[in-house]
Design a protein around this ligand. Sequence first.
Ligand SMILES: *Cc1c(COP(=O)(O)O)cnc(C)c1O
Length: 464
Amino acid sequence: MGAGSDTQARALRGLPAVHELARALDAPHALAVAAARRAIDEARAAALAGTSLDGGGAGLDRDLLERARELLAELNRPSLERVINATGVIVHTNLGRAPLSASARKAVARAAEGYANLELDLNTGERGTRHAHVDSLLCELTGAQAAMVVNNGAGAVLLAAAALAGRGRPIVVSRGQLVEIGGGFRIPEVIAQSGARLVEVGTTNRTRLADYEEALAAVGGEPGAILRVHPSNFRAVGFVEDVSIDALCALGPPVIDDIGSGVLADASGLPALAEEPPIKRSIAAGAALVCCSGDKLLGGPQAGLLVGRADAVAAARKHPLARALRIDKLSLAALEATLVAYRDPERARREIPVLAMLDAPEEKLAALAERLREAIGPAAEIVRASGKVGGGALPMLELEGPVVALRTEADPAAVAQALRFATPPVIGRIHDGRVLLDPRTMTHTELEPAARAVRSALAATPTQ
Ligand SMILES: *Cc1c(COP(=O)(O)O)cnc(C)c1O
C-alpha cells in the first residue's frame, strides 16, 4: 500500500455519519439529512478519486459543513424563479412568455389573498360562471356576440373543433395550414383529439375557394366546420395563394379562426403588429369562433380566448372538455386586468409590457444599454443587433437596437452558463461568438443585478 491509499483511507475514515452532519444544519430533519447525505457522498467520491483535501483533526470538517450548507441552500431554492431576460426575445416561451402589467400583478395578488366571487353572482347570490368576469369586456373590445376563456390557446382550438365538429363531423382545413406551432401542437393531431374528421383541401402553397367548395359539396350531410390556422411561426412566400377570412365565412359552415397571437391592440399606433391578424377583423368577417392565446402579443397570462357567435360560444361552454380546460382564478384575474387596459389604446401600449417593449423608442433603449455598459465596466461595449418577438409571432420582424456585447477571451458558452447560475439567473444570447445582453427585454431595476452577475461570471470563467 502506497502513501496515496493511506491518505485515501484516512479521508474516508474521517467522514462523519450522515446524522452527525445533519444535526449541525439548521433545517427541518428530512432536508438536513438530504443535504448532509449529498455532501458526504461528494466527499467520499473525492476521497476515492484521490482529490480530497486532507481535513483531519477532531470534530466536523469545516469545508464539509460549509458544503452541506451550500447544498441546503440549493435545496431550499425554489425551482421556478425570477430570471432576467436579456435575450431581447419579447415573448420568450422558455421564459414564461408575456410578463404581466402592474395592474395584472395586483389583480392576481388580490384574487390569491382570500376568496373571490369566481362563480358566484353577487346580484342574485346564485351560482354564476367564471366567464362572466371577462366575456362582456371581450365582446366590447372585439365586437363579438359572446366569449369564453380556457387555460391556453391550444385548449381553445381543441375545444372549438370538438364543439363545432366533434363526433366524426368533417372539419375542412387547407393543406397549407396543417402546421406545427411548436411544443408538439400539430393541427392534424389536435383535430384527431377533438373527434372531428379532418378533410384536407388544396396544396401546401396554394388553396383556392373552389377547393373548399368542392370539399364541402363532397362531404354533404352534417356540415361540421371550416378551420383556418394562422402560420404564426413561419411565412410561405413566392407562388402562394390562400382564401380570405371573409370568403371562408361566406361559404356557410361555421368558421373556426385560429389566429394564434391575437392582436387586440390598435395596430395604427404599433406598426409592428400590422402583420398579425387582429381579433376584430375575423369577428367582423363573421367567424363563428376566433381562438387565440392570452400570453403572446396580447400580453396577458397564459389563457385561451374563444370569441365569436353566441350559438358557437354556447356550444363550446356546454362541451365536457370546457370543464377539463377551465381557466383558474389567478389567470382570470390577470386577464381581466390586462383586457381593461385595452379600453384605452394609449394606456395599453404604455402599461402592457409586451406592447411597451415592441414600441420601445431608440432613446430609451440607448439609455438602458448605456447604464448597463457602465455598470459592467470595461468588459462591455455597445453594438447594434436585432432581436425577435418570439413565441411564434411576427417571425420576419427584426427589432434592431443597441445591445451590450461582452468583450472577453473566455468561451461564450461558459460565460452564458455562469450567467444562468447567478442569483437571479441572467439569460443572454450568443451571436457571432459573443455574449449579448439586450436591454429591450430588461427593466431599469434589472440592470444592476445583471451587471453584478456579468462581473462575477467574467471573473469566474477561465479564458481560453
Ligand atoms: C401559439 C399558437 C397556438 C397555441 O396557443 P398556446 O397559448 O401556446 O396554447 C395555437 N395556434 C396558433 C396558430 C398559435 O400561434
